[in-house]
Design a protein around this ligand. Structure first.
Ligand SMILES: [Mg+2]
Length: 402
């Protein structure tokens, strides 16, 4: 195969979805690789055009490990800052590009399928969850907004009708769900304390689910890294009777020793963390025995090649991986490819309010969901593209380096 070069780097973001940014890498053989990352897109865009482009333009498309090494950077490494989010989007695009050039699906490039489809769980977000750039706050959950109305406003549902929500998911074959009813108390107390009354209110959805469907559904508890250690332990103990599948990011993963201390005090398995990046970030998580489920976000952790390496490291520690998705359709599709390939993948996150909602406004086709499992199409590359002429929309911000 002839060597091909990157000849154009295009970034696209839409003001109507201010957190998401796409990268398209154009090679001189006419192929285009697509990547994506999420949160604070403008900083990522700036890094790509000022720092990544001068390095990557003219480079051989195939040398993905070398490009990763060179773009890992002098600053901003080991975590999910703008530089690593940019690198993640570039790495996903390089992988998509090379898979298209050799005419194979990405899962085959990663090492082939370990399974034809993987079990999903539904993250019970709503249609406009984290739509604005204010980040992970209850005011950004889209509650009460007119554009949030629809059959899958699952965030309002888990807060108020968790029993009906569990039944609705089971009726679609989905046998696991993730909810986060503790965040209001965390915001009030800066994560320092939860009152008996707040705890009682937050536990209600778990009671309703178990009463309505028994153990037919697994429940994941999301804590968004909001708590201090004693408060997180208090929550974990209060939840034990409801047998959650995991408790996710109970405290901030900036000290993995602290997270290991949490795990030693929790009888619920710990999932961490979409907020970590790179082999070194995850190596410390594994060495500290701080988690039971390893959750990289492919758009934040360093891309597809890095997430594959993280999954392999977790395998060496006899731990399962569960790739994150609540961010965008391209990262979701990339995650499905990794989940099909990684022998230690256990379950794939999905958001039905997103994959039937805003994801379909920007990209197609979606990963294929059937009977509570998801798979990727058998086509070259990731098998997902932005919808035609998205770059011509009135709210599009397009930048090109060539
Ligand atoms: Mg999470």
């Amino acid at each position: 195969m002839a060597r091909t070069k990157i000849e154009k780097i295009e970034t696209i973001r839409l003001k109507s979805y201010p957190n998401v940014i796409w990268v398209r890498l154009h090679s001189n053989d006419g192929n285009i690789g697509l990547g994506e990352t999420f949160l604070w897109a403008e900083a990522v865009e700036s890094h790509i055009h000022t720092t990544v482009a001068p390095y990557l333009l003219g480079k051989d498309c195939r040398q993905r490990d070398l490009h990763w090494k060179n773009l890992y950077g002098y600053l901003g490494f080991r975590s999910t800052g703008a530089e690593v989010r940019a690198l993640s989007a570039i790495d996903i695009a390089l992988t998509d590009l090379y898979a298209k050039q050799i005419g194979q699906p990405v899962y085959d490039l990663l090492g082939g399928k370990a399974r034809d489809a993987i079990r999903i769980y539904n993250t019970c977000a709503g249609y406009t969850y984290i739509r604005s750039a204010e980040g992970q706050k209850t005011s950004n959950w889209g509650l009460g907004k007119e554009e949030s109305l629809g059959p899958y406003e699952d965030l309002d549902a888990f807060l108020n009708r968790a029993d009906e929500l569990a039944q609705s998911l089971l009726s679609e074959g989905i046998t696991a769900m993730k909810i986060w009813p503790f965040d209001f108390a965390a915001e009030r107390s800066l994560g320092n304390d939860i009152t008996a009354e707040e705890l009682k209110t937050a536990i209600k959805p778990f009671e309703k689910i178990r009463k309505a469907v028994g153990d037919k559904i697994d429940i994941m508890v999301e804590c968004h890294s909001l708590w201090t250690l004693p408060a997180a332990i208090k929550i974990s103990r209060a939840l034990e009777d409801y047998n959650p599948y995991w408790i996710e990011d109970p405290i901030k993963a900036d000290s993995l020793e602290n997270l290991a201390e949490f795990r030693r005090n929790s009888n619920i398995p710990v999932c961490a963390s979409e907020t970590l990046a790179g082999r070194t970030g995850f190596r410390d998580l594994l060495d500290q025995r701080a988690a039971d489920f390893i959750m990289p976000d492919i758009g934040w952790a360093g891309g597809l090649t890095e997430s594959k390496k993280i999954a392999s490291m977790a395998e060496a520690y006899s731990l399962p991986v569960a790739p994150h998705d609540c961010t965008g359709p391209v990262v979701w599709m990339a995650s499905v490819h990794l989940s099909l390939n990684a022998v230690n993948a256990v379950i794939q996150e999905c958001v039905r309010a997103h994959y039937t909602g805003w994801y379909t406004d920007v990209a197609a086709p979606m990963p294929i969901i059937e009977n509570g499992e998801v798979t990727a199409p058998d086509v070259p590359g990731l098998g997902i593209e932005l919808v035609p002429d998205i770059q011509k929309r009135p709210d599009a911000v397009v930048r090109i380096s060539d």
